[in-house]
Write a protein that binds this ligand. Structure first.
Ligand code: IDP
Length: 147
């Protein structure tokens, strides 16, 4: 079973899209195993976006991500990293397919509503910034036999 890390960015919270986005993961049969509502510290933000340090959009991105509360989520399912990236859509909302979260609700690249890990290595690195291992909850979904 694979895990991935997701953040609902501050504009997703401000626009009242928490439920809409969580619904899309739940209805797909993906299990929520970690969930936190928080205001990111500068340290957390810099760690999360460390691979982008020095890029032209870095400062704008960090400022935006620290401009309001976010929802940090750990999801669990088979092949969940790729599955969630598919549900989220392309980084640039202009290129995100219709039916994806970004394809339906996002307009600009910086404010593309949601972050989702792109590899096993990054998923582990990113979730460890926000969750300790004992904050990840182990339980069974009722639907598990049927997905
Ligand atoms: P991802 O979120 O789809 O994985 P990444 O390439 O990891 O995309 O970039 C992280 C975040 O940085 C993106 O979600 C987006 O908010 C921002 N970003 C990436 N590329 C650009 C850009 O060219 N201009 C402005 N912001 C960007």
């Amino acid at each position: 079973m694979e895990r991935t890390f997701v953040i609902l960015k501050p504009n997703a919270v401000r626009r009242g899209l928490i439920g809409e986005i969580l619904k899309r993961f739940e209805q797909r049969g993906i299990k929520i195993v970690g969930l936190k509502f928080l205001w990111m510290t500068k340290e957390q933000c810099e760690k999360l976006y460390e691979p982008h340090l020095g890029k032209p959009f870095y400062n704008e991105l960090v400022e935006f991500m620290m401009g309001g509360p976010v929802v940090a989520i750990v999801l669990e399912a088979p092949r969940v990293i790729e599955m969630v990236r598919h549900i989220v859509g392309a980084t640039d909302p202009l290129k995100a397919e219709a039916g994806t979260i970004r394809g339906e609700f996002a307009l600009t690249v910086t404010k593309n509503l949601i972050h989702a890990s792109d590899s096993l290595e990054n998923a582990q690195r990113e979730m460890s910034i926000f969750f300790t291992e004992d904050e990840i909850i182990n339980y069974n979904l009722d639907i598990q036999e049927d997905i």
